[in-house]
Write a protein that binds this ligand. Sequence first.
Ligand SMILES: *Cc1c(COP(=O)(O)O)cnc(C)c1O
Length: 394
Amino acid sequence: MSDIKNDNEWGFDTLAVRAGQKRTLEGEHSEPIFPTSSYVFESAASAAARFSGDEPGNIYSRFTNPTVRNFEERLAQLEGGECCVATASGMSAILSTCCGLLEAGDHIVSSKSIFGSTVVLFDKYLSRMGITVTYVPITDLDAWQQAITSKTKLLFVETPSNPLTEIADLEALATIAHRHDSILVVDNAFCTPALQKPLTLGADVVIHSATKYIDGQGRCIGGAVVGNKKLVGEDVYGFLRTAGPSMSPFNAWVFLKGLETLNLRMNAHSDNALKLAQFLEQHENVNRVYYPGLASHPQHALAVKQQTNFGGVLAFDVKGGKAAAWNLIDKTKLLSITANLGDTKSTITHPATTTHGRLTDEQRAEAGITDGMIRIAVGLEDINDIVNDISQGL
Ligand SMILES: *Cc1c(COP(=O)(O)O)cnc(C)c1O
């Protein structure tokens, strides 16, 4: 009574709808939720065999849960990875990856343009454990190369970056990483495997905030790590099952449903975002628009090569700095003022005072985040309504 076989003959949308499901004897059509913390064994001997690892099977939901495993297997197949482990949040996916793969004395080379909390995790907490980080401009391959030392174990990048949508050359970064026996870790939350598959471009580990497009409707917090059996199935999973930032079965079920429509949604988000970007680029009160789908974007050609579409997030710099940006945000009637993204509902935020507010002025300037910058995560509403909402504020 199991679902489609785990092989490569199925297309992306088929895997997104069906992969990983193992029907129970009830013959349910939709994936069931298993809200159970523990599991019972046939006998004392069977319990002992489970605990020793001689017999496969569930023991405790901090380790494994059938609904969570369904989500993990589906996402692994969509990313083209051997193995996936689900986590309680995107941040715990990053923490579990670092704690599972690194030790005191190790060094990370990271893009400067990464999620604000990731910077805090690296600088304030990993540093206490003796792990050091060097930040480099995401598109400067020479800087990546030069930052590598004999202690470098991991290269970390998020592409497109938030909020500037800069694109990293993943094939080139994988080559640099492997030349130095390091691994390339890619935060793929913005593209999802519907638009970009870092593992097929040479990356070793993919990280997700499932909270974003995988959920797609802004309901649950979750994350995932995808890669091979050694790095993810043993090293990251070993930390996760011990430290415990595991995904809840309910959240896994919501994310499974999100994966079913992922490709449709990502392309619809991308279509809307491109139209809004084109409108903004023509507007007299806008200094600059950042969206990889625009021919004016510095890495447009790379985005075309590396991604199948350009995603739902764009940023732009309004004339008049912070006052003008806040004014525009406050005048919107439709868009939600929230820092979340990856929702069917369009969201608008002022990065300098929200998502990147914890950075120092200097770090913010280095990351290229101006006071007049606005980020929009373009949702699935009627694009004319979205454009009109921004237009009346400009
Ligand atoms: C939101 C986000 C994270 C953190 O994920 P949470 O689920 O909020 O913990 C990490 N990376 C990127 C790119 C994100 O957008």
